[in-house]
Design a protein around this ligand. Structure first.
Ligand SMILES: C[S@@+](CC[C@H](N)C(=O)[O-])C[C@H]1O[C@@H](n2cnc3c(N)ncnc32)[C@H](O)[C@@H]1O
Length: 257
């Protein structure tokens, strides 16, 4: 999945949740001062910001295949090495990092096992590879109300629930297949208050990610119908939306194992 929209649209649509997720994901990844960390699929830099705050900019590297996100991340985080690259082909040598993290990325990789294997390759033996993906299959992600409404109107809507890592156990399974050891899985949660319905809805119209493409492909009547169904399904504003992600982490084995 390529993200072609700008960083500001991303911030308003998904960055509002991913910036809240970053501290708990960094904790889950065991980020500690003195480490060198890689942020894979950094987007405009929600997790990058958290890593810079904990480790310092020169200890953080980041990659993303989207040109606009790479320039935004470079601009927002001076001193961080930001490269344009996909997880499946990381532009770093073996054993470069202590920890490699992918926040909300594995489900967009063309080959999630190859991407995770590359994350392990660039991480030293005993280092950590960690990933998280919203619980789309369990209906507990931040987009779940939208996809529930969309499926009511259009049962064929591809609601991201079958994407890699978006169901219990699947991220852990992927990391295991990629050769990581001592894998652990947990849930991570964020809560965000939406002051008005439009505050929640408007970013869905900005064309970001699978949701943005889906809305952009609807005719105006259908889009209005979907918007109204979402309004009915959400609590009256202001409301707090709590969303859950699956997180999995594993250790890189010694070279001989
Ligand atoms: C939902 S965004 C997550 C961005 C950021 N990590 C965050 O938490 O806000 C998904 C990101 O994955 C990137 N992406 C898509 N395919 C990728 C791949 N094969 N390898 C690395 N990143 C990829 C997209 O460009 C996008 O920036």
């Amino acid at each position: 999945m390529s993200f072609t929209g700008g960083a500001d649209a991303y911030d308003r649509f998904m960055g509002r949740y991913s910036s809240l997720l970053a501290p708990s994901f960094a904790d889950f990844g065991g980020i500690a001062r003195g480490q060198l960390a890689l942020d894979v699929g950094c987007g405009p830099g929600a997790l990058t910001a958290e890593l810079v705050a904990r480790l310092g900019a020169t200890s953080v590297s980041a990659v993303d295949p989207s040109e606009s996100f790479v320039s935004a991340a470079r601009q927002r985080h001076p001193g961080v090495t930001v490269e344009r690259a996909a997880a499946e082909e990381l532009p770093f040598g073996d054993d470069t990092f202590d920890v490699a993290l992918a926040q909300l990325v594995v489900h967009f990789m063309e080959d999630p096992v190859a991407g995770s294997r590359e994350m392990a390759r660039v991480t030293r033996a005993g280092g950590v590879v960690a990933a998280c993906v919203w619980d789309h299959a369990g209906g507990r992600g931040p987009l779940s109300v939208f996809w529930d409404a969309a499926r009511e109107i259009d049962p064929d809507a591809d609601d991201e629930s079958t994407f890699a890592g978006a169901r219990e156990g699947h991220l852990a399974q992927l990391l295991g297949t990629a050769g990581l050891h001592e894998i652990e899985e947990d849930t991570l949660s964020v809560s965000l208050e939406h002051r008005t319905f439009d505050d929640w809805w408007e970013p869905y119209t900005l064309g970001v990610g699978p949701v943005g493409s889906y809305v952009a492909g609807l005719d105006p009547d259908r889009a209005a119908q979907l918007r109204e169904r979402c309004r009915e399904m959400l609590p009256p504003a202001p409301f707090v939306l709590t969303a859950l992600a699956w997180g999995a982490r594993g250790l890189v084995p010694p070279a001989s194992s």
